[in-house]
Design a protein around this ligand. Structure first.
Ligand SMILES: *[C@@H]1O[C@H](CO)[C@@H](O)[C@H](O)[C@H]1NC(C)=O
Ligand SMILES: *[C@@H]1O[C@H](CO)[C@@H](O)[C@H](O)[C@H]1NC(C)=O
Ligand SMILES: *[C@@H]1O[C@H](CO)[C@@H](O)[C@H](O)[C@H]1NC(C)=O
Ligand SMILES: *[C@@H]1O[C@H](CO)[C@@H](O)[C@H](O)[C@H]1NC(C)=O
Ligand SMILES: [Zn+2]
Length: 958
């Protein structure tokens, strides 16, 4: 019987669609009827790429006591159903899972799968490696994770399978940059699951659930956007998964359980109610939930009965149900539309699901993991560059790192909303990626720099963030090699952990370089888990590193002539209170700290305050909205006032020719370090914080607040979106709906990935603060910005993770260290260049050596540019990666200024690829869309124009 059906359906598909047709050609979509209410039934499974279980546990269905979920069974089971009946449809979203399943299939099964894809039954939706988060993910990581998934689809099924629709049905708020990225990737339809409850209520009553999202101020990116009626769940009572207990459909009139008449009535009532809130004669009904369809038959069997019965009985009411997909629904809506859709130009942040559940805590949750994700993003990007220019082939280890970084963008990964054991798995994956890239760096650096074939074991120090590096602590002489991953010459202040002593730093031209010994701060020395003999950092400036270039420095303990150009820092400790305010001036900047409180109060002549404060997290049992606890997702402070930490006990000033620091001692494990650099116009602020005390039984959420009273910003502030285009925010205000603010603090927090600012419209004075990892930010007080930097909470907030966000490491509460950069200037001072430096610092590799500086220079090239000239300063080489085994290379250039942002830099620029990369011989260049899955045209690579905020994606044959 089985076989018979199989042959029949094969014949059917051959007759109906032919071998070559693209499945998304409209004949793969069900016919919609003009005079009917067309009900698109969309079977789907929402498969988190790690959350309560790890990625692998979810795939294999292990650890089912936590959650009954096994994605391999879902695809096994669904494929069987699709194969049996060409009417049935299903959507596949997360390529991490689908590609895993694919890898394990027989060629027979693969052929069947090809068939159901061609028939338009299995539709890829989104098709990224995961369904990425939209608040804490950087744009480069979003682009990469989408590209990885879509490349798998194209490589496996060809361009006909390229998805036209994307759905972000679970992320906790939606960014405008994400919509812009999707538009640039050629998606036509975007569907959202979660929007703010007040926004949703307004849209439902105004029938504005569907709109055109104009997603950029600089680019012509807009995308049809629809908000789903019931997030992504089935209508209540119509969940037919083995995981659900809803009443099955009985259509046998002889059965005492016969219910299809009554059940159909219920569903039709729901359908009619839903359709009141949408403008066309189409509605979409999501039939699925988290990890549903392990036994697809139970779903389809019941849906089949309902569809058949309702289509018969309600024919005269002009209601038609059929299996469909998001792209078929989108197309039907587009074709049905007569009037213009409403426009949306801002974003969907913050997201509240009820009056006391603002999902703004996850902007900061797990700050050290967020820091690692940012760090590994820069490393991966650099690693791909090096792999391309030095090795020129793809490699599996690189792919595994790309995969890990893609997984880390999932909406329970970088968000910090997975269970602890799952987060450990994410960490482990990134750590493996970093280790394999350090091998790629080491081998490539040897290959590129060695003059006589000798090699060094170059080590990447993963613990530099806590001033720990075995190679530099235990060895002298040693070599430090920097790789500058940006396409302009740039200078960088190098800090190398060393033991006490005297060091001489020699550059590529044999010159001694000025250096400074800076003692490592006490709070760093005391960081839990630190295992280091380093007591100092050797600091020097690597001046004008070549673009995409390498430079080595030789560092030794000088014999005889003690480190001629090395200077010790002069340090002084001031106990508080002091008689007068403490002012520190260096390299043309000055900072003043209050004599009593030790807080920063002045920068130059301008009042400029900075303070660490904390909110007390609400505790609660979540039984009602007002008993909601602050947790991994939700920020809910108890009270609106942020409280001060214990007073600053002393200030330590450290003067030197390269860096000058002011250390604020707050407690044994809490400290701030303000830094002025000889070669920088910004102020660097390091914060070291944690374990967060919880002995009083209260969770705490820490903020760093910056205030310039002279800036009258009138409740307006600005944040980037995924590190890219800027959005204006207004306190207690939303542009598209009337906001009734029930959480005055949490409801005004927004995600920030790389910078935020406030400015005075009249005087044009602007304070910009750059951050080194994703955080939440607000401007609750005049002239201020507050960044949430760390949080530790004792209660679960009842959105599924089932754990309190109470991170520990080394047996105590998690300690974290991070950095902000501050600038004060006029509004012309755009933070873009600084953000580039913050996001793309050089990669440092270390190697012990027995050579003297001079001997080393005989054996190794000490400087090398991998690009023949600087690119214009407003251009970023976003991507340079091996693309296939035929030596093709994926390249993306981006203009990182927006229209009107800057007099000088917001203009189109022209670049040329001609003779740009000395190690790559370019044969031809083809332009593709942002996801690199659609050809656009062959281009003349001698002249590429980039408009403000434009990204151009090229496949280069070498
Ligand atoms: C500290 O680091 C050294 C060198 O890597 C290692 O041999 C030692 O086991 C480490 N000690 C601890 C407690 O981790
Ligand atoms: C909020 O803080 C007050 C003290 O100001 C305390 O009495 C109360 O128990 C706290 N409530 C919750 C739910 O944490
Ligand atoms: C401040 O903002 C409010 C609300 O947006 C606006 O009505 C008012 O005119 C603004 N005041 C100034 C001085 O810009
Ligand atoms: C996608 O796959 C097709 C078929 O294998 C191939 O011809 C095409 O070049 C691929 N598209 C891109 C952008 O690489
Ligand atoms: Zn999810």
């Amino acid at each position: 019987m089985q076989k018979c059906i199989t042959i029949l359906s094969l014949l059917y598909s051959l007759l109906k669609y032919g071998e070559t047709a693209c499945y998304y050609s409209s004949n793969a979509c069900p016919q919609v009827e003009k005079d009917f209410l067309n009900v698109h039934i969309v079977p789907h499974s929402h498969d988190d790429v790690g959350w309560l279980k790890t990625v692998e546990q979810y795939y294999y269905g292990a650890n089912n006591s936590i959650q009954n979920a096994g994605v391999q069974y879902i695809y096994d089971s669904v494929l069987e159903e699709l194969w049996k009946d060409p009417e049935k449809k299903f959507v596949s979203v997360e390529m991490e899972f689908f590609s895993h399943w694919w890898k394990e299939q027989s060629s027979h099964m693969k052929r069947k799968t090809h068939k159901v894809v061609e028939r338009g039954q299995l539709e890829f939706v989104g098709g990224g490696w995961c369904m990425n988060d939209e608040a804490a993910a950087m744009y480069v990581d979003i682009v990469d994770q989408m590209t990885l998934g879509l490349k798998f689809i194209n490589d496996t099924f060809g361009d006909c399978a390229a998805p036209k629709a994307v759905w972000q049905i679970d992320p906790f708020g939606h960014s405008r940059e994400q919509a812009s990225i999707f538009a640039q990737m050629g998606f036509e339809y975007l569907f959202l699951g979660r929007i703010d409850y007040q926004d949703k209520a307004a849209r439902l009553s105004n029938r504005e659930m569907e709109m055109t999202w104009v997603a950029s101020d600089s680019l012509n990116t807009s995308i049809f956007t629809g908000v789903l009626y019931n997030t992504y769940s089935p209508p209540p009572g119509f969940c037919f998964d083995i995981l659900c207990g809803d009443e099955t459909i009985v259509d046998d009139p002889d059965s005492p359980m016969f219910n299809i008449d009554r059940r159909s009535k219920q569903l039709v009532a729901y359908i009619l109610e839903q359709s009141k809130h949408y403008k066309t004669n189409n509605i979409i009904i999501t039939m699925g939930e988290d990890f549903h369809y392990q036994n697809a038959h139970t779903w389809y069997k019941n849906l089949d009965k309902l569809i058949k019965y309702i289509n018969k009985v309600y024919f005269n009411s002009n209601i038609r149900l059929f299996y469909s997909t998001p792209s078929c629904y989108g197309e039907a809506v587009k074709n049905a539309f007569v009037e213009a859709l409403p426009r949306k130009t801002d974003d969907f942040f913050p997201y509240a699901s009820d009056p006391h559940a603002y999902w703004t805590g996850y902007f900061t949750s797990r700050p050290t993991f967020k820091g690692l994700v940012r760090h590994s993003s820069n490393l991966l990007r650099a690693c791909k560059q090096i792999q391309t220019m030095a090795v020129k082939r793809r490699s599996n280890v690189l792919f595994q790192f790309q995969r890990s970084q893609a997984i880390a963008q999932h909406h329970d990964a970088v968000t910090g909303t997975a269970k602890q054991h799952v987060n450990n798995d994410y960490l482990l994956r990134l750590d493996q990626g970093i280790r394999s890239c350090s091998k790629i760096f080491s081998e490539s650096f040897n290959h590129l720099l060695s003059l006589n074939g000798s090699t060094m074991r170059q080590e990447y120090c993963t613990m530099l963030n806590i001033s720990q590096c075995w190679t530099t602590e235990q060895n002298a002489p040693f070599i430090v090699t920097l790789y500058n991953p940006v396409t302009i010459r740039s200078s960088h202040t190098v800090r190398i952990p060393v033991t006490d002593g005297s060091y001489a730093v020699t550059d590529h031209e044999g010159r001694l370089v000025a250096s400074q010994m800076v003692p490592i701060a006490e709070a760093v020395l005391r960081l839990p888990g630190r295992n280091s003999t380093a007591t100092n950092e050797l600091v020097f400036i690597a001046e004008d590193l070549p673009p995409l270039g390498l430079r080595s420095y030789h560092v030794q303990t000088p014999e005889g002539k003690p480190g001629r150009r090395m200077l010790r820092s002069r340090s002084r400790t001031i106990k508080l209170p002091n008689e007068k305010d403490v002012t520190v001036s260096a390299y043309g900047l000055s900072l003043t700290f209050d004599r009593h409180t030790g807080q920063l109060i002045q920068v130059g002549n301008e009042m400029f305050q900075q303070q660490l404060l904390f909110y007390r997290g609400m505790s609660g049992n979540n039984s009602q909205f007002e008993f909601r606890a602050s947790g991994a997702y939700i920020f809910r402070p108890n009270g609106t006032e942020a409280l001060p930490l214990q007073p600053v006990t002393k200030l330590t000033t450290i003067f030197g020719p390269i860096v000058t620091e002011i250390r604020q001692h707050i407690s044994a494990n809490t400290m701030q370090i303000f830094r002025l650099h000889r070669n920088a116009s910004y102020i660097e602020l390091d914060w070291i914080l944690g374990p967060i005390p919880i002995e009083d039984g209260i969770g705490k959420e820490y903020i760093s607040r910056f205030t310039v009273p002279a800036i009258r910003n009138n409740g307006t502030f600005y944040t980037d979106s995924n590190g890219r285009e800027v959005l204006e925010r207004q306190l207690n205000h939303q542009a598209t709906y009337k906001l009734n603010i029930t959480e005055p603090t949490a409801g005004n927090f927004y995600p920030v990935n790389s910078f935020a600012y406030v400015e005075d419209k009249l005087t044009k004075m602007r304070m910009t603060v750059l951050n080194d990892r994703a955080q939440g930010v607000s401007s609750l007080l005049p002239g201020s910005l507050e960044f949430m930097i760390h949080r530790r909470l004792l209660h679960d907030d009842a959105f599924g993770v089932g754990e309190a966000l109470n991170e520990t490491a080394y047996g105590v509460g998690l300690a974290a260290r991070g950095t902000h950069w501050l600038t004060l200037g006029n509004s012309e001072t755009v933070a873009r260049f600084l953000a580039q430096r913050m996001v793309h610092p050089p990669i440092l590799m270390f190697a012990p050596t027995t050579f003297s500086a001079e001997e080393f220079r005989q054996s190794y090239r000490m400087e090398l540019a991998l690009i023949n000239r600087d690119l214009p300063p407003n251009v970023n080489l976003l991507t340079l990666e091996p693309w296939d085994d035929e030596g093709r290379v994926l390249v993306r250039f981006e203009h990182f200024y927006g229209v009107g942002e800057d007099e000088r830099f917001s203009h189109p620029v022209t670049i040329s690829l001609k003779d740009l990369f000395p190690t790559l011989k370019i044969q031809s260049v083809e332009e593709v869309n942002l996801a690199a899955n659609r050809h656009i045209r062959i281009v003349n690579a001698d002249e590429l124009v980039l408009n403000p905020m434009e990204i151009r994606t090229l496949i280069v044959s070498t």
